[in-house]
Design a protein around this ligand. Structure first.
Ligand code: GTP
Ligand code: MG
Length: 190
């Protein structure tokens, strides 16, 4: 979080994390489309993110201009160095879960990876705003919501459903994480 009180600006970094092909890039593509923003994608191969995707979104409140820099990590393990680089300076995370039954154990293991990535920068899950997005609710083998809420769960964190490819739940997810960051910011400035 970069606060410049003289200019009245705050910059937050939001990272979309989660297993490969869970829909992180799709989320920010849809967010960009819905808000009329341009997305920058650095080095993609087919649809797989090799480096990262990036957009910025601005909001004005309480006399402050809030800028959200929004990134996605590459979910594939071979790009873990890049993933860690993208996590530098993260203020909040959207953890994108693939609802498919086949990917349950990967989703669960990735919570540990998220924890490790935060720990690299002296952070932890408890102190970081995280929203869990159960994506791909349209899949025929999507697990029931109650099962996911129990099995892919981070204590104290909000969760929300989405069908990112149809744009459903995308802005709602971002709004939740933006709200949490604003609350954190208000507490900091008193
Ligand atoms: N059925 C379905 N497919 C989806 C949904 N969201 C994304 N997809 C598809 O899942 C595939 C992977 O989506 P991406 O957004 O590229 O996934 P990613 O998480 O960025 O993947 P990496 O960059 O490899 O980590 C694409 O074919 C998307 O169209 C969804 O809600 N439902
Ligand atoms: Mg991607």
């Amino acid at each position: 979080m970069l606060i410049d009180s003289s200019r009245g600006t705050v910059r937050f970094k939001v990272v979309y994390h989660g297993i490969a092909m869970s829909g992180k890039t799709t989320n920010i593509e849809q967010l960009a489309k819905q808000s009329g923003l341009d997305m920058l994608s650095f080095d993609t191969k087919g649809e797989r993110t090799l480096v990262f995707d990036f957009i910025t979104k601005k909001l004005r409140t309480d006399g402050f201009t809030l800028t959200f820099s929004i990134y996605t990590i590459p979910g594939q393990d071979i790009y873990k160095d890049i993933r860690r680089m993208v996590m530098r300076g993260v203020d909040a995370v959207v953890f994108v879960v693939d609802s498919s039954e086949r990917r349950l154990s990967e989703n669960r293991e990735f919570i540990r990876i998220l924890e490790e990535d935060l720990r690299l920068y002296g952070k932890d899950l408890e102190g970081t705003p995280v929203v869990i997005q159960y994506n791909k609710r349209d899949l025929p083998d999507a697990l029931p919501l109650e099962v996911l809420q129990r099995e892919v769960h981070i204590p104290g964190k909000k969760s929300i459903e989405a069908v990112a490819v149809q744009g459903k739940g995308v802005s709602e997810t971002f709004d939740l994480v933006a709200q949490e960051l604003q609350e954190k910011f208000r507490k900091m400035v008193g």
